[in-house]
Design a protein around this ligand. Structure first.
Ligand code: ARG
Length: 284
């Protein structure tokens, strides 16, 4: 597949953009385990190595700090083995948040997320419907690219629109392999550039994404299957997994600094770099 990489945009335009993805909430991988199997990548007989997982997580935190981002932490709970995937906590915009409604196996995380968000000044709303937080809700300027049909019930979208003031763009992935949208699609420059795996979105969603008027970087399915799209981009630095050289090269050709990190341990839980951070600085 040849990728159509959009032309490099003038840096002046980039600096006028409101900054985002530079204030992150994370949670240590101290209690990361596979206690249950709620996505096709989790196998209770393939456990993460605790020291390797801790080192991998430390490396991700260090990369964010080196990129000039701020990292805050919610305390890990030994009863919450998936809590290191903080992106699933909520969707956040300005000083407002919509708390996730996680699968029952992860429900014990939510009181911690609520407490952290409230203690840090966020006006927190709930939805009674399934909602996977930023796993299924990617901010792109005034748009919220929000999935439904896997971990998110479309009825949760109304709360996202109302409480956060986004125009919600509803998308559907094609399989449980893309149980969260952040495995299928990534925002590279909010309101300007997306990267996506065309095979992971259904036909109507492909039409929708292609009709947004944004620059699109197609990603090879094999790289997407390695969680290449599960990245954090602040529009200057992209922090992503190793094992996706074509996407890394496409991003570098746009003038971005690309930092590639090994995510072997996080992949055992069905996640990667994007999953480990809740972005707190989505402009209102
Ligand atoms: N084991 C976790 C789960 O299945 C992984 C979550 C990954 N998070 C994400 N944003 N894709 O819920």
């Amino acid at each position: 597949m040849t990728s159509t990489v959009p032309a490099v945009t003038a840096p002046a335009a980039a600096t006028r953009e409101k900054q985002s993805h530079r204030r992150l909430l994370m949670c240590s991988a101290k209690h990361f385990r596979i206690d249950y199997e709620i996505n096709p990548y989790m196998h209770a007989d393939v456990q993460p190595d605790p020291a390797a997982a801790a080192a991998e997580h430390d490396g991700i935190v260090a990369a964010h700090l080196a990129a000039g981002r701020t990292v805050e932490f919610v305390d890990a709970d030994p009863a919450c083995p998936d809590m290191t995937y903080t992106a699933n906590a909520a969707a956040v915009r300005g000083d407002r948040a919509v708390l996730a409604t996680l699968p029952p196996e992860r429900a014990a995380e939510t009181p911690h997320h609520r407490a952290w968000l409230e203690a840090n000044g966020f006006d927190v709303a709930d939805t009674p419907y399934a909602f996977s937080g930023q796993g299924d809700a990617l901010a792109c300027g005034d748009l919220l690219l929000a999935a439904h049909g896997q971990r998110t019930d479309i009825r949760a979208h109304r709360t996202l629109a109302r409480h956060l003031g986004y125009e919600v763009v509803a998308l559907r992935t094609t399989s449980t392999r893309w149980y969260d949208l952040d495995l299928a699609l990534a925002v590279i420059h909010p309101g300007r550039t997306l990267a996506y795996n065309p095979e992971a979105l259904d036909r109507a969603s492909l039409r929708t994404v292609r009709g947004l008027g944004l620059d699109l970087i197609p990603v090879r399915p094999a790289e997407a299957a390695h969680f290449a799209l599960n990245l954090i981009s602040d529009g200057r630095t992209v922090t992503m997994t190793t094992g996706a050289p074509h996407l890394a090269a496409d991003l570098r050709s746009l003038g971005l600094t690309v930092v590639e990190l090994d995510t072997t341990e996080l992949r055992k839980g069905g996640g990667g770099i994007r999953c480990t951070a809740l972005t707190l600085d989505n402009p209102a």
